[in-house]
Design a protein around this ligand. Structure first.
Ligand code: TYD
Length: 135
């Protein structure tokens, strides 16, 4: 499973809506870190990296943004515009985030703590590593 949209259960009533996420229930890994992107300037593109081990779930809890995914062979573009949907992204997947609406808040649930050594920030290196794995 390299990437997948996960639909979360909504707990709504006349007061409003609520989504709850728990390890190993709604999520395929234990969360070690949470961070969020907001105030992203119009036209900015972020990301430009892959991870060696890290898995993530990206949830646009407010507004919208798009995610470009690339496994070294195929690419995909995913629109995130619902607080009830998460995009699971495996390791070894190049990602770029773009087309952020002004009000976008992109919440990220991560399987590992922040570790710069887990990043592949050079696209040519990423392609070389994925080709090596395929052989
Ligand atoms: P960066 O990796 O450039 O973000 P993106 O890939 O979304 O464009 O991160 C921006 C800064 O934030 C950078 O200085 C590293 C820091 N950072 C942390 O300290 N902890 C974290 O968990 C993350 C994701 C980033």
């Amino acid at each position: 499973m390299e990437y997948k949209i996960i639909k979360f259960q909504e707990h709504g009533d006349q007061r409003g809506m609520l989504v709850a996420l728990e390890d190993n229930k709604e999520l395929p890994f234990q969360i070690k870190r949470v961070y969020y992107l907001y105030g992203t300037k119009s036209g900015e593109r972020r990301g430009f990296h892959a991870h060696k081990e890290l898995q993530q779930i990206l949830i646009c809890i407010h507004g919208s943004c798009k995610i470009h995914l690339d496994n070294g062979t195929d690419t995909a573009e995913v629109l995130l515009d619902k607080p009830t949907e998460g995009l699971y992204v495996s390791h070894n997947m190049w990602r770029e985030m773009y087309d952020f609406s002004k009000d976008a808040v992109l919440l990220v649930l991560a399987s590992e703590c922040y570790n710069e050594k887990d990043y592949i920030r050079n696209y040519d290196e990423f392609i070389k590593l994925t080709r090596k794995k395929d052989n």
